[in-house]
Design a protein around this ligand. Structure first.
Ligand code: UN1
Length: 497
C-alpha cells in the first residue's frame, strides 16, 4: 500500500491531512505525508470550558452506562484494527505485528474498563462510635488532560481515556507532534462510538494538536484537575511541578532504564529470546525496552556470544514487510543521539558490537542494534537513550547485581532470569528491585494491561492501566453516617455544654 492509501483506509480525509501547519513525516522513508491543522492556543480556554461543561453532565451518568460508551469504542476499534495498526506503522515506524498489537492493547483496556464500570467500589469501615457507619465513595474528578508520546501513539491515550471515561471524567488529548495522524484517526473511531451511544455530552472527548503552548494550557489550567503525561523525564520534570503547584494531580510515565539480571541457573535460550525482543523490539523505543543486561560473570561471555549471533541475523528494514523485526527510528535526530551515546560509551571503555547506520528504506533512519560490553555502570549507562542500545555488565553476587540494577535514576521495569527460588524471591522482595514492574523469567517490556503500569524515582510514580490505577482518576470521599440519637465524639473527647 502507498502512504496515501494507508491514510485513506484509516479514514483520514484530504481536508484533515492538507492545508495545516504541522508537517508529518513517515519514519519509514522520511516522506512528507500530511500537513495537519493545529489547535490555536487562544482556543484552549474554550476547549477546557467545554470539557468542564461535559463533566457536569457526565459525572451524573451511572458508571455502567458510561461503560457502554467504552464498550462501543472497543467494538469500533475491533472493526478498525487493521487500518489503525497500519497507520501506526506508517506514522511511528512500528513493524506490522507491533502496530496491530498496539491497537489490541487499546481493545484490551476497553474490555477492562467496561468491567470496571460495574466495579467502582469503596470500603465499608468499622466505626469506633456506636450507631455509626463509615464508608468510602469514589467520585469523578473532572477533565483529564492526556499528553502522549510518539512511541505508543494510541495505546497510551486509550489506557487513560478508557479509565477516565468510566470514572466520569471528560478527556482532552494532546498527542505527540510527531504522531497526530493516528490521533485524528483514533478520534474518528471514538466519534463513531459516541454517535452510537447517543446522548454523551458535547465535548466529552476532545483532541488538541500542537506544540508546547497547547500542552502548557492544559498543564496550567486549574480546570483540568488530572494531567496524565507520558514522555521524557525532562518533560515530566517541567509538567509535574507545574501541575502540583496549582494543586492538580499529575500522573507521570517518564523514562525507564530497565535491566535484566541473568543468574547462573538461568535458561539461557529463553533469556536470549527475551533479551532480543525487549532490547530491539520497537527499535528500542519503548519506555520498557531492555537497556541494561547484568549477567553473572560465569555465563556473561557465553551469553554475549549468543546475543551477538542473534543480533547479526535480525532482519532490519521496511516495517511493513513480513519478516522485518526492526523498523526505523522515529527520525534522524534520534539516530544521531544513538550514535553519540555509543561514541561516549566507547570512550568510557565500552566494547561495541553493531550500532551502525544501516540500509533500510531510503530516507528512513535505520540502525543495527548495539550491544555494548561495559567495564562499569558509567554515566552514559545511567542515561536513557531511546534507541536499541543494550549495555552489558558483569556481576559476582546477587546483592551486587541488585545494587547495580537499582543504581540508576529511573525505576520503571526490571526482571531476573533464574531457576533459583531464593534468588527470584529476593529480587521481588523489599530489598530487591526498586522498580514499578519486576518480572521473573520474562523480559521487562510488553506488559499486559491488567496490571498497574508505571514506575518509581525519575519514572514519575504514576500508575495507569489495570489493577486499581482507576483510583488515580477519581476523588475519594470518606463518609461517616450517624444513625443513632446521640452525638458521641471520636477519640473519647468530651464537649458537653
Ligand atoms: C511505553 O513505552 O510508553 O509494556 C508503554 C510495554 C507496553 C507499553 C509501553 N505494554 O512495553
Amino acid at each position: 500500500m502507498t502512504h496515501a492509501e494507508t491514510l485513506k483506509a484509516a479514514g483520514l480525509t484530504q481536508a484533515e491531512i492538507t492545508g495545516g501547519t504541522l508537517a508529518v513525516h513517515s519514519p519509514i522513508d522520511g516522506a512528507l505525508v500530511a500537513h495537519v491543522h493545529e489547535t490555536n492556543p487562544v482556543d484552549m480556554p474554550a476547549i477546557i470550558a467545554r470539557s468542564q461543561e461535559a463533566f457536569k453532565a457526565w459525572r451524573t451518568v451511572p458508571a455502567p452506562r458510561r461503560g457502554e460508551l467504552v464498550r462501543l469504542l472497543g467494538e469500533e476499534l475491533r472493526a478498525a484494527k487493521a487500518e489503525l495498526g497500519a497507520l501506526v506503522t506508517l506514522e511511528a515506524g512500528k513493524i506490522t505485528s507491533e502496530g496491530l498489537g498496539e491497537v489490541q492493547e487499546m481493545i484490551d483496556i476497553c474490555d477492562f474498563a467496561v468491567g470496571l464500570s460495574r466495579q467502582i467500589y469503596g470500603l465499608t469501615i468499622a466505626s469506633e462510635r456506636p450507631g455509626h457507619r463509615m464508608m468510602e465513595t469514589w467520585h469523578p474528578m473532572g477533565p483529564c488532560g492526556i499528553i502522549s508520546a510518539f512511541n505508543f501513539p494510541v495505546a497510551v491515550w486509550s489506557w487513560n481515556a478508557a479509565l477516565a471515561l468510566v470514572c466520569g471524567d471528560p478527556v482532552i488529548w494532546k498527542p505527540s507532534e510527531k504522531t497526530p495522524l493516528t490521533a485524528i484517526a483514533s478520534m474518528k473511531i471514538m466519534e463513531r462510538a459516541l454517535k452510537r451511544f447517543g446522548d454523551a455530552p458535547e465535548g466529552l472527548v476532545q483532541l488538541v494538536i500542537g506544540g508546547p503552548a497547547i500542552g502548557e494550557a492544559l498543564v496550567n489550567s486549574k480546570d483540568v484537575p488530572i494531567i496524565s503525561a507520558t514522555g521524557s523525564t525532562r518533560m515530566g520534570g517541567i509538567v509535574g511541578p507545574k501541575v502540583a503547584a496549582r494543586w492538580g494531580r499529575p500522573i507521570l510515565e517518564l523514562g525507564g532504564n530497565n535491566a535484566m539480571i541473568v543468574a547462573p541457573s538461568a535458561d539461557l535460550d529463553m533469556a536470549v529470546r527475551a533479551i532480543v525482543f525487549s532490547a530491539v523490539g520497537t527499535a528500542g523505543q519503548r519506555c520498557t525496552s531492555l537497556r541494561r543486561l547484568i549477567a553473572h560473570n560465569s555465563i556473561k561471555d557465553d551469553l554475549v556470544a549468543k546475543l551477538a549471533k542473534a543480533y547479526a541475523s535480525l532482519p532490519i528494514g521496511d516495517p511493513r514487510k513480513a519478516g522485518t523485526l526492526i523498523g526505523p527510528l522515529i527520525d534522524a535526530a534520534s539516530r544521531d543521539r544513538m550514535l553519540a551515546q555509543i561514541a561516549k560509551a566507547r570512550a568510557e571503555g565500552g566494547r561495541v558490537h553493531g550500532g551502525e547506520p544501516t540500509e533500510g528504506v531510503a530516507g528512513g533512519a535505520y540502525v543495527s542494534p548495539a550491544l555494548i560490553e561495559m567495564p562499569a555502570q558509567t554515566d552514559t549507562v545511567r542515561e536513557e537513550t531511546f534507541a536499541p542500545i543494550l549495555y552489558v555488565l558483569g556481576y559476582e553476587t546477587l546483592d551486587e547485581a541488585i545494587f547495580i540494577q537499582n543504581d540508576v535514576p529511573q525505576g520503571l521495569s526490571s526482571c531476573i532470569f533464574t531457576l533459583n527460588l531464593r534468588e527470584a524471591e529476593t529480587f521481588l522482595s523489599a530489598a530487591g528491585s526498586d522498580c514499578g514492574i519486576a518480572n521473573v523469567n520474562i523480559g521487562p517490556s510488553g506488559a499486559e494491561i491488567g496490571g498497574a503500569f508505571g514506575g518509581e524515582k525519575e519514572t514519575g510514580g504514576g500508575r495507569e492501566s489495570g489493577s486499581d490505577a482507576w483510583k488515580g482518576y477519581m476523588r475519594r470521599q470518606t463518609n461517616t453516617i450517624n444513625y443513632s440519637a446521640q452525638l458521641p465524639l471520636a477519640q473519647g473527647v468530651k464537649f458537653d455544654f
